[in-house]
Design a protein around this ligand. Structure first.
Ligand code: IPM
Ligand code: MN
Length: 355
């Protein structure tokens, strides 16, 4: 067996971040052991803890470590300690800045509905059955990164997109749709926003010219929010701009039963990627050892697939999570009325299925 060497930077961050990344690291170590790879882990600061220790939400050391790594695994950033609206630095700036610094413009957020979790969702099982979606969220443009202004009487956030920014993320979505069920829904607000009209015509062009085998439909974001819970199983790949993607994926996580179940992969033009659960730092349960580690462990599976090219290993991790879930090894967020296990026990359930 020819083992793969990889350097993985771990950014635990704040709140439950370090607890969930610890489980994902244990899972990656189990993968290395079982498949004969050598993964080297290196921890760095980001977010509130980085502000406390260095004054910056993203120390330059972290940026250079990530820039030369094979992949980055991230927990979460933020918390009440740093959320004073008048604060000069915020933990979230660190996350936005690392996405931008590494040019990770495409954020893949798969939404998988596990049979054992049909009852954990607030949506009816017969509506959920068969749901299997990937949302491709543009990650380094739009209103998140436009010029901001603030006076005593007003504030503004500029939303800008260039044709090139839309084309590159449309290509990621087109490729993904081609490898799946060949159906792509592009989401915008073209009845109101100029950026959305550019989005719509650019996506239309790219898909028609380069992915003519993919069926493309455009949908307004308000309607998409409704259809996502009305007929989730009808969606395959969805592509949308930064803020719409942020909002729709929190909504979509309820299809899976919990925000704690959803992983994500932030990709650029090379193999370097950043992998993180879509949930936040959950300060209310931080330090209690009860957070759901599956979203982060599934992010580690995406890391194996997209940055290291280890498809079999990625599937082994996904199967191990599916196995643990099917045996109802549930943390509190998905346990509803039943018994729940700790973060560590859920991590163990995945590790044990790999060794
Ligand atoms: C996410 C988060 C971030 C975002 C925050 C923490 C800046 O909500 O990754 O979805 O809005 O992108
Ligand atoms: Mn979000």
């Amino acid at each position: 067996m020819s083992g793969r060497k990889a350097r993985i930077v771990v950014l635990g961050g704040d709140g439950i971040g370090p607890e969930v990344t610890a489980e994902a690291v244990r899972v990656l170590e189990a993968v290395a052991q079982r498949f004969g790879h050598q993964f080297i882990f290196e921890s760095h600061l980001i977010g509130g803890i980085a502000i406390d220790e260095t004054g910056s939400a993203l120390p330059s050391q972290t940026v250079s470590a990530c820039g030369t790594a094979d992949a980055v695994l991230l927990g979460a950033v933020g918390g009440p300690k740093w959320s004073d609206p008048n604060a000069k630095v915020r933990p979230e700036q660190g996350l936005l800045a690392i996405r931008k610094a590494l040019n990770l413009f495409a954020n893949l957020r798969p939404v998988t509905v596990y049979p054992a979790l049909l009852d954990a969702s607030t949506i009816k099982p017969e509506v959920l059955r068969g749901t299997d979606i990937v949302v491709v969220r543009e990650l380094t443009g739009g209103i998140y990164f436009g010029e901001k202004q603030r006076t005593a009487e007003s504030a503004s956030d500029l939303c800008t997109y260039t044709v090139a920014e839309i084309q590159r993320v449309a290509r990621v979505a087109g490729k993904l749709a081609r490898a799946r069920r060949k159906s792509l829904v592009s989401i915008d607000k073209a009845n109101v926003l100029e950026t959305s009209r550019l989005w719509r015509s650019t996506v239309e062009d790219v898909i028609r010219k380069e992915f003519s085998d993919v069926k493309l439909e455009h949908m307004l974001v308000d309607a998409a929010a409704m259809h996502l819970i009305r007929r989730p199983a009808s969606f395959d790949v969805m592509v949308t701009e930064n803020m719409f993607g942020d909002i729709l994926t929190d909504e979509a996580s309820m299809l899976a039963g919990s925000l704690g179940m959803l992983p994500s992969a932030s990709l650029g033009s090379g193999t370097l990627g950043l992998y993180e659960p879509i949930h936040g730092s959950a300060p209310d349960i931080a330090g209690k050892g009860i957070a759901n580690p599956y979203g982060t462990i599934l992010s580690a599976a995406l890391l194996l697939r997209h940055s290291l090219g280890l498809e079999e290993e990625a599937q082994a991790v996904e199967n191990a999570v599916a196995g643990a879930v099917s045996e109802r090894i549930f943390t509190a967020d998905i346990a509803s009325a039943g018994a729940s296990v700790s973060t560590r026990t859920a991590g163990d359930a995945v590790v044990n299925r790999l060794l």
